[in-house]
Design a protein. Sequence first.
Length: 189
Amino acid sequence: MKILLTLFVLFFSSSVFAEDISYFEIEGISVGDNLLDFFLEEEVESHIRNEAYQYKKDKKFKTVQFYKFPFFKTYEYLVISYKTINSKNFEIGSVSGGIIFNDFQKCILKQDEIIEEFSSLFPGINKDNKEIFDHQSDPSGKSKVSSISQVINGGDIAIQCFDFSEEIDWQDNLRVFLNSDEFNKWIIK
């Protein structure tokens, strides 16, 4: 049984208390799933983000980004990283859902709503642990990230708002991330 993680409501099943990262879904997709169960291989190949993690010598994961597919109910886009090394089935290591915001304060309000729902699944989460910091891709230091995360068995969940400066020229957005331990270790390495 999986718990569906949506932007507006997190549903809780008393039989499963967030035991593992794979119990959560974004648009019906979870860490560990086969990407080809949701998209055709041609769609995957045509949506690869070439710039993502291009600095990494080991290409263990590839990242794809999908905008406004018909089955998306909550998010405007999904960003999914899947295994390419030692994986024949496009195993998902990270999935995130995003919504574009033109107003950072509205994004923060939506983030707070999600955090409130999230805390009902994780009573030990400290809602005061939300951090606001500079975005590392903006050398001007004007882009900000509001973030809270929770480590759970098999990975972590993060809820973030991005407020990008005009120097970066990226769209402000809210993202909900599900990352496997394996993906996190690869990113850090």
